[in-house]
Structures are given as C-alpha cells and as structure tokens.
Write a protein that binds this ligand. Structure first.
Ligand SMILES: Cc1cc2nc3c(=O)[nH]c(=O)nc-3n(C[C@H](O)[C@H](O)[C@H](O)COP(=O)(O)OP(=O)(O)OC[C@H]3O[C@@H](n4cnc5c(N)ncnc54)[C@H](O)[C@@H]3O)c2cc1C
Length: 415
C-alpha cells in the first residue's frame, strides 16, 4: 500500500467537518479537509444560530401521527411536502413514523440529551481556538406558544427536557412581552432557556475555525470526495478532479450529501434531508435581544449581525428541488404576524438538514468500509453538536474511547 499523505482526510467543510478537522489537528494529527464549496456555505450558512443545548426532543412525536391531516394539507402548517418525493421515499417516511411512539421518542430524547450535555465541552475549545468569542451572545433563548392547546400538547416534551437537566423558566404573556416588547402575535405562555447562547453569524464561525485550521498547517483541498476505498492500513479517496489521496482515516462529514461518497458505506444509510428556509430583514436586527422560537409556527426569529433572520420550518422534498416559494411566503407572512409590517425580506435561503428517521446522528466507524468514520445526520442541531462530534471523532481516530457512552450513535444500527 502507498504511504499516507495525511493521518486524516475529512470530507465536507460544514460546521461538522471543520470541527472534526480542527479537533484532530489540535490532537496532533496531520489533517486534510476536502470540499468543492467554500467552508460554511451549506446548511451551516443559514441556520438559526442557536446553541440549542436544550433541544433534546426530536421532531418525531406521537402527536405527528394524529396531526398528519393538518401537517399535510394546511397552508398554515410548518411542514411542507412534495408528494411525488414522499412517495418515492416511502421507506424513510415509514421508518420516521416508527420512531414516533411515546416509548421510542423518550429513548431518543435521552440519547440526544446525553450528547447535548457534552456539547459546550466540544464547542468551546474550538470557539476559543478560532478567536470567535465576539460572534457569541449569551442572553438566553425564548420559546413561545400562541395557544393554550399548543402549550398543553408540549407539556410532555417540556417534562422530558427537565428530566434531561435542561434549565428553563415558565413565563406568562406579560413576562414575555416585558422581555421582548416587539412581539405582536398572540402569546399564551413561553419558556426561557436560561444560559442559552446564539451565534450572530454562523457562517463566520465556520470560516474562522477554518482559518485557524489552515494557519496551523491543515491542508485545504478545494475538491469534493467522489469515492473511497478503505483497507487494513488506511483509505484511498478519489477527489472530484480524479486524483487520489491516501489517508490513515477518512471522516465522512458531508452533511445531507454524505451518501454521495461511494464506497464509504454512507450510501447504505437511510439519510434524507429536512429542508429548511430562512428570510432576512436587514433593517430589523435590533427588534429582539435574543432568539425567539414561535413554537406553533415552527421557526425562530434571531437577531444577527446581518439583520433579523427568520429561520426554520421543515419541507420533505429532497436535495434536487430549488427553494420553495410556498415556504418562503409562509415565513414572510408569519414574520409579519410576529412583528408587524417588516417590508419585503432582503434575502431568502434554502438549506438541507441531514436527518435520519430516528433523529440520531451517525458518529463512528462505517459498518461497510475499514478506516472510515461517519460524522453526519445532525438534523436540527448540527451547529450545537458539531464540536462534541469533532471531539468524539478525534478520540476514535486515535483509538481512544470517548468519555461517555456514544453507542446510540453507532452507524452499525443501520447495517
Ligand atoms: C433553517 C435551519 C435552521 C437551523 N437552525 C439550527 C440551530 O439554530 N442550531 C443548530 O444547532 N442547528 C441548526 N440547524 C441545523 C444545522 O444547520 C445543521 O445540522 C448543520 O449545519 C449540518 O452541518 P454539516 O457540516 O453536517 O452540513 P453542511 O453545513 O451542509 O456541510 C456539508 C458540506 O459538505 C460538502 N460536501 C457535499 N458533498 C461532498 C463531497 N462529496 N465531498 C466533500 N464535501 C462534500 C458541502 O459542500 C458542504 O460544504 C438548522 C438548519 C436549518 C436548515
């Protein structure tokens, strides 16, 4: 076998891939990072920026099944569907629904809760290494229900959060309006997640981490990885220009596109995408002082450097279709209900959340290819979980056991 060019080759320069690359490099490995696109230009560009350590409850829920008629057919639904795509992807849908029983949701919540309890320990060293403290805001996060029914329906989820150590205050309408006087939609109750942080520019966070990686000697290959072949000594990866790179380990961190890396085993996983959109109002960045999640509407409004970003909702329509005018119209209409007339948005955006039917990321060895590690499938909380994923991958690449139980995220659950 040829000599290795690198100890580790990371495929994908989103927040997860860059975190893996930087963690491995900080541990002393010789690392290359490969992506045809600029760092942080995928899902990691336009997300809601919340470090959502409280977000242990998955989208999967028993109430999704009973609420299906509303979710599928109402114009006011935060969930959008492409029927042709849904039919083609029926196995994913059925598997998703199988993970919606109360028992299964409780298990998933506890697994995510455990991983999230380590999130800051994984992310903070990277923020420090990248000199990105100025992008971080610690001013809690507010989550609001407009209706009593919405709030009552979420009671079990809120209890599950408490069980997982999430700290929050329950606020009434008056307390919420006192905190965020710009809110104009009906308010029933809300939660204030104490100690929650957000990022004022998620793309810049990835770019700063990437700059640190390169400044410390990391190799930046501006090419995709099209296929890989693992063997007993390492991995040979074919790049998009046809050249081959040899590394001791390959880390697949290409987010929702991870299945495109043939031979890595990622192509055998049931990965799909929950598409999310955002709209941006440049002139209104000071309307609120913290992220405000509008639970009934399925999105966050977030104060960012670029303005007020309104980001969220879920659309099941795959990777190939362009931005959805219907989803953008929904976000625009609802943000005007939330704040009054904001004028037309200055930007709209589509991003691909990488999601497995069981809402758990795949972190660990490929069941199909030697010396290949998976780091993808972080659904709605990839920004939050990127740092700890990078640390786990760095541990595994060194042959060291992570300092907590990561078995629930083992990719062999799909084998
Ligand atoms: C609307 C919305 C709001 C969100 N809000 C939050 C939030 O508030 N908090 C939170 O924690 N998370 C949030 N998320 C989720 C979060 O953005 C994602 O989970 C996270 O960005 C995924 O990161 P990633 O690095 O896996 O993927 P990406 O950022 O998509 O990066 C994947 C990279 O892989 C590259 N790639 C593709 N194919 C290949 C290949 N063959 N070889 C090499 N590279 C390849 C792509 O070019 C891309 O750069 C949100 C997502 C959306 C859509």
């Amino acid at each position: 076998m040829p000599e290795c060019d690198y100890d580790i080759l990371v495929a994908g320069a989103g927040i997860v891939g860059v975190s893996c690359a930087l963690w491995a490099q900080m541990r002393g490995a010789k690392v290359a990072l490969a992506d045809a696109n600029p760092p942080g230009s995928g899902a990691s560009y336009g997300n809601a920026g919340t470090i959502a350590t409280y977000a242990c409850v998955p989208v999967n829920s028993p109430s999704i099944v009973s609420g299906l008629p509303f979710y599928l057919f109402s114009k006011e639904s935060p969930l959008g569907f492409d029927w042709a795509y849904a039919l083609k992807n029926m196995p994913w849908m059925i598997s998703f629904l199988r993970h919606c029983s109360a028992q299964r949701v409780s298990e998933i919540t506890d697994h995510l809760g455990n991983l999230l309890s380590h999130a800051d320990a994984g992310l903070d060293p990277l923020i420090e290494a990248a000199g990105a403290q100025d992008l971080m805001v610690s001013n809690d996060c507010l989550y609001v229900w407009s209706t009593q029914k919405g709030y009552e329906d979420a009671k079990a989820s809120n209890e599950a959060r408490r069980r997982n150590g999430v700290v929050f205050d329950l606020l009434d309408a008056e307390e919420i309006s006192a905190l965020e006087p710009a809110l104009k939609m009906p308010i029933h109750k809300g939660l204030l997640y104490r100690g929650a942080r957000h990022v004022r520019n998620p793309e810049a966070l990835v770019q700063r981490m990437h700059a640190r990686f390169v400044a410390d000697g990391g190799a930046w290959l501006q090419l995709g990885v099209s296929q890989s072949q693992g063997d007993a000594d390492g991995v040979s990866a074919t790049l998009s220009d046809g050249t081959t790179v040899r590394a001791g380990k390959l880390v697949v961190a290409a987010g929702a596109h991870s299945r495109s890396i043939r031979g890595s085993g990622a192509e055998h996983t049931p990965l799909d995408t929950e598409r999310g959109h955002h709209v941006l109002y440049k002139a209104h960045g000071d309307l609120i002082s913290r992220p405000v999640g509008w639970a009934d509407a399925g999105f966050y409004a977030i104060p960012m450097n670029a303005g007020l970003r309104v980001a969220g909702t879920v659309e099941l329509a795959g990777l190939d279709k362009p931005k959805s005018p219907g989803r953008i119209a929904y976000l625009t209409r609802k943000s005007h209900e939330m704040f009054g007339d904001l004028g037309p948005p200055n930007e709209d955006w589509l991003g691909f959340r990488p999601t497995f039917p069981d809402a758990l990321p795949a972190i660990g060895p490929s069941p199909h290819a030697p010396n290949t590690l998976f780091a993808f499938g972080h659904q709605h909380i990839g920004l939050t979980l990127a740092g700890i994923t990078g640390r786990i991958i760095a541990d595994m690449a060194e042959g060291r056991a992570p300092n907590f139980d990561v078995a629930p995220f083992d990719p062999k659950r799909f084998a």
